[in-house]
Design a protein around this ligand. Sequence first.
Ligand SMILES: Cc1cc2nc3c(=O)[nH]c(=O)nc-3n(C[C@H](O)[C@H](O)[C@H](O)COP(=O)(O)OP(=O)(O)OC[C@H]3O[C@@H](n4cnc5c(N)ncnc54)[C@H](O)[C@@H]3O)c2cc1C
Length: 255
Amino acid sequence: MTEPSTGSDLASISTSATRDGDEWVINGAKTFITNGINADLVIVVCRTRPEGGRSAMSLLVVERDMAGFERGRNIEKIGQHSNDTAELFFDDVRVPNGNLLGEEGNGFEYLGFNLAQERLSMGITGLAASKAALGWTIDYVTQRSAFGQPVASFQNTKFVLAEMATELAVTEPFIDQCVMQHIAGTLSPAGAAMAKLWGTELQQRVTDRCLQLFGGYGYTTEYPIGPAYVDARVTTIYGGTSEIMKTIIAKEILD
Ligand SMILES: Cc1cc2nc3c(=O)[nH]c(=O)nc-3n(C[C@H](O)[C@H](O)[C@H](O)COP(=O)(O)OP(=O)(O)OC[C@H]3O[C@@H](n4cnc5c(N)ncnc54)[C@H](O)[C@@H]3O)c2cc1C
């Protein structure tokens, strides 16, 4: 989806595909594509009509060795080093019509269908990552001493742990409810956006507060909390930013 000049505003995508006999000819560029270096098949959101917003988009499957399809940099990131993040370039890439995924002009609708599941999964991951961070922190503060007593014995530590445990306890039934709605096919776009917004913002708050309780060791890669903190930072950006989640939620409230 994402292009160098277009991220949040998906309807402004400019990568184009024009029909030429039994083929489509793709021109444009994508960026920030997770696993784009490793992927053998890339589903590319293309504008198949020059005019129009959402109804001008289609999905085309591009295969690794197609002429004119090049990978650029594996973008260096501050975290999430376990996956690659790629630039992709399309220069007159000829794709057979059989590689058109679904119907021409319905690309945006298909994206919307899958984005809700992706957003819910990010909310679930946010909760799971927060739980892990809290567990590591409880272990650490009970073992680490300062001023002759365990860090866990300070009132501040107890209060911070209690606040985080409460936030996790409140979040879990909400995320469970979203999962049940998703299975039943009733989770709305706004519900999925709430799960993503809340779960990922929680993950950032919790990893930040946990890192503080590790002191200097939190800022190293010797304990998992440091990498978890930088990995968490992107979660309120990719898959749709927190600001975009709020616009989706507000739209449903006000409609
Ligand atoms: C590690 C990583 C992996 C990624 N993986 C993928 C991937 O696999 N596939 C893919 O397609 N994309 C991927 N992305 C791209 C990601 O989805 C975009 O970065 C994201 O959607 C934001 O787009 P942008 O970076 O262009 O920011 P912009 O859209 O330029 O936004 C800049 C700022 O403006 C704010 N903003 C924009 N519009 C509004 C508005 N209407 N109201 C209020 N605020 C607004 C945003 O919230 C943000 O704070 C990835 C990004 C990263 C960093």
